[in-house]
Design a protein. Sequence first.
Length: 564
Amino acid sequence: MAQSPGQGILSAARGFARLSIPQKLGLLAAVAAMVALVTVAVMWARVPEYRVLYSNLSDRDGGEVIAALAQMNVPYRVAEGGTVLMVPADQVYDLRLRLASQGLPKGGAVGFELMDAQKFGISQFAEQVNYQRALAGELARSIQSVGAVQSARVHLAIPRPTVFVREQQKPSASVFVSMYPGRMLDPAQVSAIQHLIASSVPELGARNVTVVDQAGNLLSAAGAAAEASTQLDASQLKYVHAVESSFAQRIENILEPLVGPGNVRAQVTAALDFTRVEETSESFKPNPTPAESSVRSQQTMESISTQAQAAQGVPGALSNQPPGAATAPLTAPGQPPAQAGAAPPPQPTSSQRETITNFEVDKVIRHSQGEVGALRRLAAAVVVNYKREIGADGAVSYKPLTDAEIQQINALVRQAMGFNQERGDTVNVVNAPFSAEVMPGGEAAPSPWGTFVQDLTTPAGVTQILKYLGAALVVLIVLRVARSALRDLGRGARVEPTVEGLPGPGGPGMQPHLAGAGPGGGMVPLQDEATASYEADLRAVKELARQEPRLVANVVKEWVGRGE
C-alpha cells in the first residue's frame, strides 16, 4: 500500500540514521553536487550573453570607452588582457553607434578631427604642423586596417616650399608598424603601404617611403629588392595559373566523354612572356615620278630687263650742242623719204623665269607595342586510367588502352591545347591504372572509415574527443555517486523483519509485526491493528520474500537455530 508523505519522510530519516558516516558524507556530497549543478544551470540561463564590442583596444581608448559605459550604466567585461571589451549581446550595435557619436574609440592616432578645434589667431606654422599631424594620423589609421598590422606610426618630412628651384627638396616619409604575434608583411603588402603613403603626399615618391617593423627590420628594402629581381607580381602569377587551369580543363573536358568521368588527369605548364616592348619605326619610299607624287608647294619667279641704247655720234662739243633748224632730208636714190613720227628701232631686252616645286615625301611611321603575357611554350602531361570492362559473368576488369586509342587521345590533346611545334610545345600521354581507386583486375574496396579516422587524427579532432570524454566522465561520476547514495538510503530505510514479525503457525489469531528502527528503537506494527487483517499481512510478507529472498532466508535460518 502507498505510504503517506509523512511516512515517506519518516522512513527516509530512519534510513539516513542507519547509514554509516562515509555513506552519509557521500550522500550529502551527491546532494550538494546536484544542488550546485542546478544552481549553476539556473544562473547560467539567467546571465545575459556577452559579445565583443571592440577588440585590439589601446590602454587609452579602453579607459575612455569603459568610462563612457560606466556613465551609461551598461555592464561590461574585459578579456584578453584588457584588449577586448565585451557587453550584452542585445546592446552591441546600439552602444557602437552611441560611442561613435562621442568619437570613441579614437584608434590611438589623431586624424583630421584635430582641425575641428582650431583656435582663433593661430599662426601659419602651427596650422601647417596640425595639418601634418592630422595627415600622419589618418595614414596610420589606414595602415592599421591591414590584417597583420597591430599598430602603426607615420612620420612625414615635408620641406617648406621655396621659390628657388635649386633649393627645392623632395618630401620623405617613414612608417613604423607593429605586427601581431606570428604575422608578417609580404613584399606586395609593403609595396602597397609605400604607394599608399606616396599617393597621399604631394610630390612624394614610393622609393622615399621607409617601412620598419617592431624588430627593427627594414621591410621596404627587401620589397624593392624582390620586385627588382623577380618583376613578377601576384596578378601575373594569378594569370599564369588561370592559363594553365584553362588548358587543363579543356583537355579533361574533351577526354571525359571517351574514358569516363574521373578517369583522366591533366596538368599543363605554360611559359608566358611578360616583357613589355615598345618600338617606333619610320621608313621612306624611293623617289617616285612627278605624276605619282603630291605637290606640297610651288613657287614661280619671272623677271624681264631692257637694255638702254648705246651712245652715238662723234664725241666732243659738237655732239653736245642742240640740233639746228630743220631742213629737208636728203634722200639717197632708191631710198624712201623719212616720215615724221617713225618708231625708233627696237631696244634689246632679256627675261628670266624661275619655278620651284616641292613634292611630298612618302614615309611610314609605325608604332608597335609587344603583347604582355604572350604564350611562349606549352607542356601538357595527361594520365588516362585503364579501360573498364565487364565480362559475361559480371566480373569487372581493367585493361590498358590500345596503341590506336592512345594515338587518338594524343591527337585530341594536341588539338585542344593548340599544339605548335615551332613554339616548342610538348605532349605526354600515359595510360596507367589509378592506384588510389582501382587495382589491376578489379576494384579496390574503399574504406568507409578512412575519412572519419583521418579527421579524428587531426589536432581539432583530438581536442573534440577529449572534450566529449571529459564531459562523459563527469556525468558518469555524478551518476555513480548519486546511485550509490540512493541505494544506501534505500537500504537504511528498508524494514528488517524479525522472528516476532513473521506470521507463525498459530493461525489468524496471531498479529504479525515487523521490527523497525523507530525513533525510540521499539517495534513498529506493519499496519494499524484496527484495520489490519491476516491476509494483508500475509501478502506483505510474500512481497517481502519475493523482493528480499536473502533476508527471508536469514530469518528462517534464525528460526531453525532457535528450534522453532
